[in-house]
Design a protein around this ligand. Structure first.
Ligand code: HEC
Length: 105
């Protein structure tokens, strides 16, 4: 039993350690998106422009307040995107955060 528990937590660590792009930045089709076209644009920027310095960061661990007040102001400067592109990324992030993760509804 002890070994089984150990195995499960190790497997869990492995899974969260190398989360797929689909987990970190879920496709728009899986989301309750208000304006899907804007969210598609936001996800495209998120998975291309925003990965010049780091991998696809997981969106859900951060709150919307963090995204609006801290992360995007800093990362918009770093990636030199336009205010319109920033708004598209935020629309996508908001759709991700307002959609429960699969299996956690
Ligand atoms: C020029 C390099 C660069 C670009 C481009 C960039 N980032 Fe970052 N990002 C960083 C660095 C460096 C850190 C870690 C240090 C920090 O938080 O400033 C980071 C950290 C993060 C974090 C983790 C923040 C936390 O508090 O844990 C997120 C989320 C993130 N970036 C999202 C984005 C998004 C979204 C974009 C596109 C709009 C983006 N990044 C573009 C350099 C970059």
């Amino acid at each position: 039993m002890k070994y089984l528990l150990f195995f499960c937590s190790a497997a869990g660590l492995l899974l969260s350690g190398c989360a797929s792009v689909e987990q970190s930045a879920p496709p728009v089709a899986q989301l309750h998106a208000a304006v899907p076209s804007v969210c598609e644009e936001g996800r495209r920027i998120y998975t291309t422009t925003c990965t010049k310095c780091h991998s696809v960061e997981a969106i859900r661990p951060h709150s919307m307040a963090e995204w609006r007040g801290k992360i995007m102001p800093a990362m918009t400067k770093k990636s030199k995107i336009t205010p319109q592109q920033e708004a598209a990324v935020l629309a996508y992030v908001e759709a991700v955060i307002s959609t429960p993760a699969p299996g956690k509804s």
